[in-house]
Every structure is written in C-alpha cells, then in structure tokens.
Design a protein around this ligand. Structure first.
Ligand code: HEC
Length: 179
C-alpha cells in the first residue's frame, strides 16, 4: 500500500511527459490554406476547383427536400420565425413590410408581403425566391437549408395573415402552406 502511494505521483509525471512529447497536431505541419498563394497552381491560387464530374453527395437529398413541403406544425412556424429573423428581417423587416434596416440604409425596398400578388402566391413561390433570388434580391440557397425554406414560407404566410387581420385561431396558415 505504502509503495503504491509513492509510485502514483511518479507514474503521473511519466504519463504527462510522454503525452507532452507526443504532441504532433496536423495543424502545425506545412500546408496550403484556402486563400494562400501557391506558385505550383494556376493563377497562383491554393484554392482548387473540384475536378470535372465531381458530385455533391447531399445535392440529391437537398433537391428532394425542396419538392417535399414538411407537415405544418407549431414547431415549424417557430423555426421559420427564428430563421426569418436571421435571414430576412434585415431587408423585409420584422413584420414583412419591406422596411428592414438595410433598406433604411439605401438597399432597394422589397414589396410588403401583404401585396395582393404575394397574398395570392403560394408557399412554393417564397421557397423559390429564397432558392433562386428575385430581381435585386440574391439567392439564399447557400445560407438557408431546404427544410428551413419551407419553415420560413410558413412563417411568411403567418405574417400575411397577421397583417391582413385574420383571426389568430384561423388554422389557415397551416393549410395555406400546403396549397
Ligand atoms: C439584402 C436584402 C434582402 C434580404 C436579406 C432578403 N430579401 Fe427578399 N427581397 C429583397 C428585395 C429588394 C426584393 C424585391 C426584388 C425585386 O423586385 O427586384 C425582395 C423580394 C422578395 C419577395 C417577393 C418576390 C416577388 O414575387 O415579388 C419575397 C417573397 C422575398 N423577397 C422573400 C425573402 C425571404 C423569405 C428572405 C429570407 C430568407 C429574403 N427575402 C431576404 C431583398 C432582400
């Protein structure tokens, strides 16, 4: 017992020094980072284009999610509200009236979601605008996942109904998104 007590600190020192000596993180090796220059490559750029024919393994799944509106639910509206506040309020404003801070600083003003044409449009139009952009609005497909685009579309529908004064108990937002 006594011997074990004496040996324990010695073993700890041994293990600690062994670990310290073995630290060989890959991050300390010589390498080219994305934006560094590299004389060996075209245009002196370390960042390379993927070889022709490279397939994005998740592209098919993303494509499928776009054509598959998720079942409307309160959780989906909440998710849509959260994503809308992050990605869309800077221009469209909290209530979707087209008065976001970026517009107040000079960006072209988007239409209010309560415009008759947008009230009549179905949810897939909003998903399409997020995916491909619209006029001066650039695409958000790299920043908003397909399932979130449907969630945002549902929230936009809820904003429209709130603005046009429909009864809050009206189940229409959930139905409208499936039109
Ligand atoms: C940087 C500002 C900006 C952001 C961020 C932005 N938009 Fe837009 N959006 C615009 C502008 C400007 C227009 C009007 C474009 C035009 O008509 O040329 C527009 C138009 C639209 C339209 C109307 C399309 C039509 O049929 O007239 C919808 C719907 C829309 N945006 C949804 C969204 C959603 C949803 C998001 C968040 C994912 C978003 N936008 C983020 C600026 C923005």
């Amino acid at each position: 017992m006594r011997r074990a007590i004496i040996l324990r600190p010695a073993a700890a020192v041994l293990v600690a020094s062994a670990l310290a000596g073995c630290r060989e993180d890959m991050e300390v090796q010589p390498k080219l980072t994305a934006y560094s220059s590299a004389a060996a490559f075209d245009q002196n750029m370390a960042a390379r284009q993927p070889p022709t024919g490279t397939l994005d393994r998740e592209a098919l799944e993303r494509e499928a999610a776009l054509g598959r509106p998720p079942a409307p639910s309160e959780a989906l509206i909440r998710r849509g509200a959260e994503r809308y506040k992050i990605a869309c309020t800077p221009c469209h404003g909290e209530a979707g009236l087209g008065d976001g801070i970026v517009v107040q600083r000079g960006f072209p003003q988007p239409p209010a979601f309560t415009e008759p044409r947008l009230l009549a449009a179905d949810a897939s139009h909003v998903v399409d605008v997020i995916t491909h952009g619209w006029g001066v609005m650039y695409p958000y497909e790299n920043r908003v996942a397909p399932a979130d685009r449907w969630a945002i579309a549902l929230y936009v529908r809820a904003l429209q109904l709130a603005q046009t004064g429909k009864d809050a108990a009206d189940p229409a937002p959930a139905q409208a998104v499936q039109r």
